[in-house]
Design a protein around this ligand. Structure first.
Ligand SMILES: Cc1cc2nc3c(=O)[nH]c(=O)nc-3n(C[C@H](O)[C@H](O)[C@H](O)COP(=O)(O)OP(=O)(O)OC[C@H]3O[C@@H](n4cnc5c(N)ncnc54)[C@H](O)[C@@H]3O)c2cc1C
Length: 736
């Protein structure tokens, strides 16, 4: 630890982190447009949204005039137009993932239903934005943009309709009940389609003017599946259906609609070609929803982060004021001033809530920024590929596999891409995005919901009433919806179990381990050491499970074995979020001094946030250790070390490959009689082959990791003490 940091640890946190601090942590200090957007969104959240909640608007799932009025507030404040290009009525140039994430954060700070209502409009437009034809994009985006001064029109609202009544689409998005047929196809004219689709739980359905719906062909003259755009004025039935009797997110409109409409074939998202008399949609519905969800899920993850961080101030205020009555509590006495904060458990638990909020926000905003970097690269990649005559499908996959190999070679320093850097850069970021997006959706919402319960519990009985300051009870329940819609946790775990084994991702993950080791050298107070060792342990466990079998000889790492793949996916999320948290604090350390507002009180703030990192890294290491130990040992039958079967023996060259991961493994393994020849045969030797499955290495890593936890509880004590001293405003700034 640097000398300066040691001195800083004696300073306490003065105030809760303000906007200037957040702008540095989440890297938008140089984006004035985003800073203004945050202020506008906050005014809506803490004004009309907070008032609606306080008035009890959440007590009904009906779409009321008060809720409808929110849409106008979104339009007037610029929230609606964030999604659009300047040429379509928007005001933000370039990628908008971070912008949307910041809006979601501000709205969800007060009410995630309001955030969802605003984002559902973007979700409806997303299929058109990501895969629509230029004409479709211009037509729908400009109609959804709020009216400009002098214009007299109402903006269109949209809904995204994938989920269908049981037993059709839910988690399994391929089980489409919605159908599309050819209604009429006159020679030389555009075909007319007949679309039948029923939806379940469709957001914005109370007022949507158009719907992007997933359907499957029920006609030999249409190929496969697609998404189609349905408008409320199309001939036929556009039935909004009954409102969903939700327990959560009551400021958004959700219904079960039914559609039976005739629409021109030009409404197929992305267009189509005609081949041998058959309409071939350019994109099937799976390709479109994948492109959509990989971006929109990040914003959902951010919503739960906002709730956790928004809980800090109300919980502190409640705790401090709790014992101000009675004769034993005099002003100036610790009992009067600190109230419940005198009890260690209360402040320790709040430290955990806060640390989780920081880590999840760090992960979410990193994912949003990553997509901002990825979007232009993806466009360039598509252009380069199109010049080579590759536009998608298996040809694109094949071409990208080659690029990925070059990217791995580039990372390992073994030469690499002679072709444009754009492709390699895209491949690197894409493999990260494929992990960060599901990780953020999964961990922020799933673990976040658990931690919201902790926050609620710290408010006692108030926590589960409508009167709870900060609406914490509502937020707890709402978090469960965030964990469910746009794909529940099982969907994210399933995706992670594939993307986290990608060679290119793992190559970068190894670099991240080295990065954490370097940070640990200079700043052990961050907990980077424990985190690096936990990352090593996770990687070791994945490598082990990928090649191991259980006691009955069945392969361990395979898609059907969710008992193996899912916990490992969960464990990875802990690591990724703690890593992002540490990197954000380093960013603040670097740039904070240059900002006069931040510089004042920076040492205390940095010391506190560093302690939160330590707490979170230690907690993550503990979680990873538990998951990995269960998986590594749990599939052996006791006694584990049988003398038959050599499926887990290592070849000498494999061991050398693992040396970078676990220094000393090859020399240790060679002490056993289990290193087999490169052709898989066993060297001639006396006695039976002793099964070697590296368990000793695992145990050594565990012991090392336990040692890395040194100081983490002291960090928690310090952070808890800081919570008893930090200044908070007299009253919550919402509802007005
Ligand atoms: C308020 C609200 C708003 C919504 N808004 C929209 C919207 O605007 N548009 C839209 O299209 N949809 C919307 N949805 C639907 C939402 O996306 C789905 O509810 C969600 O994707 C889950 O589908 P399901 O309810 O059919 O669950 P199911 O598919 O029945 O799954 C239930 C549970 O079973 C388990 N499970 C299922 N499959 C697997 C598997 N393969 N592996 C392991 N476990 C599995 C998981 O634990 C899962 O959570 C909304 C839902 C709600 C509640």
């Amino acid at each position: 630890m640097t000398q300066a940091t040691t001195q800083n640890l004696t300073e306490h946190l003065r105030a809760l982190p303000g906007d200037d601090v957040r702008q540095i942590l989440w890297r938008f200090a140089d984006r004035y447009d985003l800073q203004m957007l945050v202020q506008s969104a906050r005014a809506v959240a803490r004004g009309p949204v907070a008032r609606l909640v306080a008035e009890g608007a959440r007590n009904t799932h009906e779409w009321t005039p008060g809720k409808q009025a929110l849409l106008q507030s979104f339009d007037e404040s610029g929230i609606t137009a964030v999604f659009m290009e300047p040429s379509q009525g928007g005001f933000i140039e370039g990628p908008k993932n971070l912008a949307l994430a910041l809006v979601a954060f501000e709205l969800a700070w007060v009410d995630a239903g309001a955030a969802t209502g605003s984002l559902a409009g973007c979700l409806a437009l997303s299929p058109i934005h990501e895969r629509g034809t230029p004409e479709q994009r211009d037509y729908y985006m400009s109609r959804c943009a709020p009216a400009q001064p002098g214009e007299d029109r109402k903006p269109w609202r949209g809904a995204f309709c994938l989920t269908e009544p049981i037993p059709y689409v839910g988690v399994e998005t391929g089980m489409l009940g919605g159908k599309v047929r050819i209604a009429e196809w006159k020679d030389g004219e555009e075909p007319l389609l007949h679309v039948e689709k029923r939806g379940r739980f469709i957001t914005n359905m109370g007022f949507a003017n158009f719907v992007t719906a997933a359907v499957e062909s029920d006609d030999p003259r249409i190929k496969g599946t697609c998404m189609v755009i349905l408008e409320e004025t199309d001939p036929g039935l556009f039935d909004r259906g009954t409102p969903t009797r939700k327990l959560v997110h009551q400021l958004s409109s959700t219904r079960d609609p039914a559609f039976n409409l005739k629409v021109p074939a030009s409404r197929i998202v992305g267009g189509y070609t005609v081949k041998d008399g058959v309409i071939v949609p350019r994109y099937n519905h799976g390709e479109i929803i994948e492109a959509v969800f990989r971006r929109t899920r990040v914003t959902v993850g951010i919503m739960t982060s906002a709730k956790l961080l928004s809980a800090v101030e109300p919980v502190i205020r409640y705790g401090r004021g709790r014992f101000r009555g009675g004769s034993v509590s005099n002003p100036g006495s610790p009992r009067y001033d600190l109230g419940l904060q005198l009890k260690q458990d209360v402040v320790h638990r709040l430290v955990d809530v806060w640390a989780t909020g920081e880590a999840s926000a760090s992960l979410g905003f990193e994912a949003a920024r990553l997509f901002d970097r990825l979007d232009p690269l993806e466009r360039q990649k598509n252009e380069i590929m199109a010049q080579r005559g590759i536009t998608g499908g298996t040809a694109m996959l094949k071409a990208m596999r080659q690029v990925q190999k070059e990217a791995v070679a580039t990372l390992s320093g073994a030469g690499g891409a002679a072709c444009p850097d754009v492709l390699v850069s895209f491949a690197l970021l894409d493999s990260q995005a494929n992990v960060l997006c599901p990780a953020c959706k999964l961990w922020n919402t799933g673990h976040g919901a658990r931690m919201m319960r902790e926050a609620v519990s710290l408010m006692g009985g108030y926590g589960i009433t409508e009167d709870c300051p900060g609406f914490l009870g509502h937020k707890w329940m709402d978090a469960q919806l965030e964990a469910t819609y746009e794909g529940p946790e099982a969907v994210q775990r399933r995706q992670l179990s594939v993307t986290m084994t990608d060679e290119l991702f793992l190559a970068q993950f190894k670099q991240w381990i080295r990065e954490m080791r370097l940070i640990a050298n200079d700043r052990p107070g961050t907990g980077a050491c424990a985190l690096a060792t936990a990352m090593q342990m996770w990687l070791w466990t994945l490598t082990h499970l990928l090649k191991s079998t259980d006691a009955d000889g069945a392969k361990l790492y395979q898609s059907a074995r969710q008992g193996v793949t899912f916990p490992l996916a969960d464990a990875l999320c802990w690591l990724l979020s703690a890593r992002c948290q540490i990197l954000d604090v380093l960013e603040l350390e670097k740039h904070g001094p240059a900002n006069p507002t931040v510089a004042e009180g920076l040492p205390g703030l940095l010391a506190f946030l560093t302690d939160l990192c330590h707490v979170q890294s230690a907690r993550s290491a503990g979680e990873v250790g538990r998951v990995c130990a269960e998986l590594v040992f749990g599939y052996n039958r006791h006694p584990a070390w049988d003398t038959e079967g050599c499926s887990a023996c290592y070849r000498a060259d494999e061991l050398e490959g693992m040396e970078s991961l676990i220094p000393g493994i090859s020399s240790l393994a060679r002490g056993y009689t289990d290193v087999i020849e490169s052709d898989g045969s066993h060297p001639a030797k006396a006695g039976p082959c002793v099964r070697f499955d590296g368990l000793d290495q695992f145990s050594r890593l565990r012991v090392r990791m336990d040692g890395c936890l040194t100081g983490s509880q002291l960090a928690k004590d310090r952070a808890a003490e800081a919570l008893t001293k930090v200044m908070i405003p007299e009253a919550l700034d919402y509802p007005a």
